[in-house]
Design a protein around this ligand. Sequence first.
Ligand code: BGC
Length: 524
Amino acid sequence: MAGGGFVVGDGQKAYPGRLTPFVLFTCVVAAMGGLIFGYDIGISGGVTSMPSFLRRFFPSVYRKQQEDATTNQYCQYDSPTLTLFTSSLYLAALISSLVASTVTRKFGRRLSMLFGGILFCAGALVNGFAKRVWMLIVGRILLGFGIGFANQSVPLYLSEMAPYKYRGALNIGFQLSITIGILVAEVLNYFFAKIKGGWGWRLSLGGAVVPALIITLGSLVLPDTPNSMIERGMHEEAKTKLRRIRGVDDVSQEFDDLVEASKESQSIENPWTNLLRRKYRPHLTMAIMIPFFQQLTGINVIMFYAPVLFNTIGFTNDASLMSAVVTGSVNVAATVVSIYGVDRWGRRFLFLEGGTQMLICQAVVAACIGAKFGVDGTPGELPKWYAIVVVTFICIYVAGFAWSWGPLGWLVPSEIFPLEIRSAAQSITVSVNMIFTFIIAQIFLTMLCHLKFGLFLVFAFFVVVMSIFVYIFLPETKGIPIEEMGQVWRSHWYWSRFVEDGEYGYGNGLQMEKSSSNQGTKHV
Ligand code: BGC
């Protein structure tokens, strides 16, 4: 067994260490990197439903919105420039996450976080002072660059810093700050929309400098992870830091395993082509499929367009923004449930439970909207009870996402990649996430216009597919040290054929018992 470590009763390795105040502090600060992403997700939907913003930048949408409610409501927001505004950010994030891969690997996780904060700050300023549409788009591209850097580095940072028993909970701090960012943005939109003179949108967009400054300053005070220090040859500093992080003197077992992992990593010339090797097939599959499925839950239809959607189903502007605040609160609360449960109940349980919950809600929402709007999109008078039913089911759906695919879509990739591919593979995860966020943002309004309520059924179909995928292919990763993760593939009924024993230069010799929470793992 390379690097030592001791094996506990269930056949898994354990390192000494506890949840120290120091690690808690660093993880809380780093997790704030999620705020910028969340703030942006929450702000765009609200701003694009503010009449003063639309009148100034998207007059054709504004005119359509003013037409009376007897016309087809499904199509009122269908404008390519408006969707370009929302989605340009995601293309920029995609590109920058690829660049961030090199920065994160060669110069440490912190530097990527710093770049993330600075670029986002610049984007917020350009947007807040925007006079023309192109300024809006340039601002959003800068924001996107910032998000690419932050999302590439923060989840890795958290997974490497955390003691393995608390890795799930600490990593989900990232998702928690995404949801807090979304909620804060929605509340601000609600108030800023009321500002007389109609310039509230400037505060909404410019307000993004606040979360940007938090992560910028945060990255200046944070230490880098021991994994990254070792990877860059700083062994002594890394050992001292590891002692401080774990709160124990004897960190030699974990340290030795990190050094072994880093040796493997040093032998890799090109991390991108390396990813294509057969033994990384399970990792590459997960790096692509997990973010793909996360977006195909359809969550961002609610996140970006909640006010637009509620508006479409007959709420007034004010009520629409308010309902978005309600869904935003549910999103935060349910993420806390995930923090509590992820290291207790495991990842697979949350994925499968959340999937079932989302599926039921999507079916109900499709039925409600279909029944009321039919296929021509003309609702007539909407009774209050009806609106309450729709919003309730949307909230239950959001809760299902928020304790499953939301946090796990970031946690699971960041914890399964071995060090030698970690940075590159994480960039793939971010890029895939961004491409599909982009595609959905780009086509949602058109899809709503054409598929009508059937849109929700499309997402429901994907929720079925992704739940089956998790059931069959995703092994349980709770409670396994990050540099020991190789064992979950070696003992998996399907992935073991790609990952042979002895394939990894470290962490070998461990076999995993089948546990009740781990349907995807077999006895070996
Ligand atoms: C997803 C976002 C989504 C957010 C909602 C994140 O994990 O990546 O696309 O908007 O969760 O809370």
